[in-house]
Design a protein around this ligand. Structure first.
Ligand code: DQA
Length: 145
């Protein structure tokens, strides 16, 4: 059966393409979804992209992934810097987890330098723009091979 990869996106990423394009670029989440689907298909994987502005919804999707997904790519957005609950949820998931940040969080304000999610992530990609998602999918394919 084709392995499924969840691509989870946290608060404000629904506005990707419109929100602070000087930081996050002009591509939308739909563009990210298409790019990831292409990489996934080339690797014999399937991808499902989701976005929510609600911490609890992200946690529920991580719980769902325990049964439904082989791996998780996650851009927790601002929840990276605040949410022990998202970290705890990811710690219930057995498969590979790759954390993505569109911007280089280490080059930005000090409060963005720490991510709770990085304590669980098998890999972290930051500062590669939206291409980071496709890079994460390539790495996910290697990890799931
Ligand atoms: C982000 C970086 C976070 O600090 C920020 O809160 C986001 C997006 C990124 O993709 O660069 O919303 O995760």
């Amino acid at each position: 059966m084709t392995k499924l990869v969840y691509i989870l996106n946290g608060p404000n990423l629904n506005l990707l393409g419109k929100r602070q394009p000087e930081i996050y670029g002009h591509d939308t989440l739909a563009d990210v979804e298409a790019a990831c689907a292409a990489v996934a298909a080339g690797a014999g994987l399937a991808a499902k992209l989701m976005q929510s502005n609600y911490e609890g919804q992200i946690i529920d999707w991580i719980h769902e992934a325990r049964e439904a997904a082989a791996g998780i790519i996650i851009n927790p957005a601002a929840l990276s810097h605040t949410s022990v609950a998202v970290l705890d949820a990811l710690n219930t998931f057995d498969g590979p987890v790759i954390e993505v940040h569109i911007s280089n969080i280490h080059k930005r304000e000090a409060f963005r330098h720490h991510s709770y999610v990085s304590a669980r992530a098998d890999g972290v990609i930051a500062g590669c723009g939206v291409e980071g998602y496709a890079l994460a999918m390539r790495r996910m394919a290697s990890l799931l091979a």
